[in-house]
Every structure is written in C-alpha cells, then in structure tokens.
Design a protein around this ligand. Sequence first.
Ligand code: CTP
Ligand code: CA
Length: 229
Amino acid sequence: ASAAGTVHDLAGRHVVVSAGGTRERLDPVRFLGNRSSGRQGYALARAAVARGAEVTLIAANVDLPDPAGVKVVRVESTADLRDAVLSATAGADAVVMAAAPADFRPTELSDVKIKKADDGSAPSITLQQNPDILKEISTHRARAEAVIVGFAAETGDATGSVLDLARAKLARKGCDLLVVNDVSGGAVFGSTDNEAVILGADGSVVDVPHGTKSALSHLIWDQVVARLS
Ligand code: CTP
Ligand code: CA
C-alpha cells in the first residue's frame, strides 16, 4: 500500500500534521523566525487526505493555499503551536511534526518599537528556550497507540555523522519515527524536492531516494500505517 494514494489505508483515522516555521515577536514590528516554507507538511496533509484520513494541519506562517478537505489551524509562535498540537492530538491516531519551531524566544517582548541609538550601539537581546513539543507529546502520550513522527535536518559535526546524530535525536525525543534530511550539501528549505532516511524507534531504516515531497509523504504514511494498531 503506497505511492499513488489510491489506497484508503488511512480511512477512519485522524491525523495531525504541523507545518511551517514559528515566529517569536521581539516588538510590534520584528520577530525571530526561520525559513521553513511549510511545503513538506502541506504535501503530507494532501497525501493523508488522498488516503482517506481526517486531517488537521497546524500551519505556522505558511504562505500556501489551504489544501482541499483539510482543517487548517493557523499559529504564529512556538507557544501557539504547542497549544494547537496539544489540543488536536487528544483524539489523533498519528501526529507528524514537520514544522520548524523556533527553539528560542526573546525573554522580553517590547510593546513599543525598539529604537536605535545615535551612538551606533545595538541592544542585546536575551533569549530563552521554547518548550519541546515533539518530546512532550512523545513522553506524555495522549493515546498510547498513536504514532508520532518527527523531522530533523542534520549536517553531521565533530561529535557524529548525520545518522549518529539522528539516532540520538530519535531516542531523546521518544517519538516512533524520525524523518532525517541530510542538509550538509546545501539547503532543502523552500525546494520542491527532498531526499531522506526514515528511522524507526524499532531500529528500522528506510532510505528515500531523491524525489518529490509528495513521494516522501506517501513513504512516511506507509511507515505510519504499518505501526497503527
Ligand atoms: N520540535 C518540537 N518543538 C521544538 C523544537 C523542535 O516539537 N521546540 C520538533 C520539530 O518539529 C521536529 C523535531 O522536533 O519534528 C526535531 O527538530 P529539531 O530542530 O531537529 O530538534 P531540536 O531538538 O530543536 O534540536 P536542534 O538543536 O538540532 O535544533
Ligand atoms: Ca531546533
């Protein structure tokens, strides 16, 4: 059961997908954000609809039209995303965190625009860490049988290869599947195509050749379906 999306193997299932990049306000005109386009999450939502699922798509600052047949919830910050994910996951069979949440937020939000000083100086901005939504929903599961999927873009570093870091991240998060993009050769952000490895907490490794985000989406749903009870 895969590819074309003609198989209704998600019929009767409720799935939640997050997409896009969250923004953290600094003052009324500025924010900290990232370049996630939301395309992978939207492709996942469309693929799930094609396979018969009821889909809730939580979209953080995505500039794309709502996919047909999907309930779209729009959010801005990581705190908003957390609220929306926690309320949507209560009755969900699967949750896929394709969004790129901002890891940090300014400790203080200025209610007036931060002005520049004449002496050429710049303000220091203190940040604090945002809650880890994937870790939270994986370690405190609303439904024990729900399948939880994370995403990771890794480059590999002095401490380990892309796959070493991804395995460690999968274990740290406590999710069931982790979709890993190797971004050492250049950015995947905003592109239409993808290449990935899908790691399972059970030790499974599925290599996904270079292809469309739709093709990757269907391979991810194949892995989810195989784990649904
Ligand atoms: N994630 C999340 N909440 C956060 C940060 C990340 O739910 N505050 C989710 C992402 O949606 C993704 C997965 O966790 O599915 C991995 O995101 P990533 O940024 O790679 O993980 P981090 O733990 O933030 O690690 P890093 O320091 O590498 O950014
Ligand atoms: Ca992060």
